[in-house]
Design a protein around this ligand. Structure first.
Ligand SMILES: Nc1ncnc2c1ncn2[C@@H]1O[C@H](COP(=O)(O)OP(=O)(O)OP(=O)(O)O)[C@@H](O)[C@H]1O
Length: 363
């Protein structure tokens, strides 16, 4: 089985802004994969490149072995996308919205109706099937985006910040549902700003920053890369602060003394605490209390994506306006379809207009 997603040196330039910078990433079939990164890291651009809403400027991108541009239809048929923005046709009952979507993927009308009912039940808004999108609550709208992504029974489900702004109950419902889908064999690519969500759901995560891949690891591996803090309370404060800190072994990256408290940063608190205690006892200190706090994934994430210089990476590529005839005329959304921020192409790679893309936010 080829990987669900395989990109090699993927580049996307918006004019002179390089949004994806030689990004090579492989997501295996069946994985639950998280894409993390600060605002503007390039997560949505990456997704949009996979689904054909953005035309890549360089490199390769394949979905289950299908090139996202040369084999657009096969690649696109394998993907269900629940985008960040609400880009749904507001004038049709939601069941019809789902049927239209299935129709674009060549599914017959009867089957589309059946599938629409099924996914509406699955996401819990079946009783709203005859209502229009605008009449749904925010949480129901999120559920509908998921239903629309599922109606084609995709092998790869892409969720772009699916729980942004939803209440706790819905967040948990969505987590349960996507876990179930993944257990059934659907590969999932999730972007999120909630580190807890990635930690709870994902087999592996990639951290992106300014279009680059910073790292790919399991949430546990990432946490091991952080440092722990051992907080020791001494029975009586040390005479001179420097003595304690300087006399500790090399395992102590940093030690600070405040009154009767000693705070020591170490790689692994669990295994180094006994050594620390024995050294302190040898120095003549009595220990009143000890606490180890582990670095959270969030702290590691912030550390890895911290930027002293927030300026954007620039490329020497020509501006989008100079794209050639087979490329996008303009990659700015004109807002007609609900103001999505997605960059868009106006034509398929083979030159045919694609109404599905219009529904998904294509200008
Ligand atoms: N259509 C566009 N035209 C020009 N620049 C764009 C366009 N779409 C995105 N960008 C720029 O590309 C960079 C990456 O944006 P992108 O939306 O992919 O980031 P993101 O990681 O999804 O951010 P967020 O977490 O805020 O959704 C940003 O600097 C953004 O301003």
């Amino acid at each position: 089985m080829p990987p669900a997603i395989d990109t090699v040196d993927l580049v996307k330039d918006y004019g002179d802004l390089r949004a994806l910078n030689e990004l090579s990433l492989t997501v295996e079939s069946g994985e639950f994969f998280g894409l993390l990164g600060p605002n503007g890291a390039g997560k949505t651009t990456f997704i949009n490149t996979l689904v054909g809403l953005v035309r890549k400027s360089g490199g390769e991108a394949r979905v289950f072995g299908h090139d996202v541009e040369d084999d657009y239809r096969q690649a696109r048929d394998a993907i269900g996308l629940a985008p960040q923005e609400f880009n749904v046709d507001r004038f049709f009952p939601i069941k019809e919205v789902l049927m239209h979507k299935a129709g674009y993927h060549g599914i017959s009308e009867d089957e589309a109706a059946e599938r629409a009912d099924e996914v509406l039940k699955r996401v819990g808004i079946y009783d709203k099937r005859n209502e229009r999108f605008d009449w749904l609550s925010g949480g129901m709208k999120r559920r509908l985006l998921l239903a629309r992504a599922l109606v084609t029974e995709p092998d790869l489900l892409i969720l772009d910040e699916p729980t942004a702004g939803v209440d706790v109950q819905l967040r948990h419902d969505l987590w349960d549902l996507v876990t179930e889908l993944n257990d059934e064999g659907t590969t999932i690519l999730l972007t999120t700003h909630y580190i807890e969500e990635a930690e709870r759901l994902c087999d592996r995560v990639a951290i992106m920053n300014e279009g680059h891949k910073v790292t790919v690891a399991t949430p546990d591996e990432l946490k091991q890369r952080g440092t722990d803090t051992v907080d020791v309370r001494l029975e009586s404060p040390p005479d001179t602060e420097a003595t304690v800190a300087d006399d500790l072994g090399a395992y102590a990256h940093d030690a600070t003394v405040t009154g009767d408290r000693l705070e020591v940063r170490v790689d692994d608190g669990g295994s180094t605490a006994p050594q620390l205690l024995s050294e302190l006892e040898t120095m003549g200190y009595e220990i009143a209390d000890l606490e180890i706090s582990r670095t959270s994934l969030e702290e590691i994430f912030v550390d890895m994506t911290r930027q002293d210089d927030r300026s954007v990476t620039r490329s020497d590529a020509p501006s989008a306006a100079t794209d050639t005839a087979d490329g996008p005329k303009s990659e700015r959304n004109d807002g007609r379809t609900g103001g999505t921020q997605e960059a868009v192409t106006d034509r398929e790679p083979d030159g045919e207009y694609d109404s599905e893309r219009e529904q998904e936010g294509v200008a």
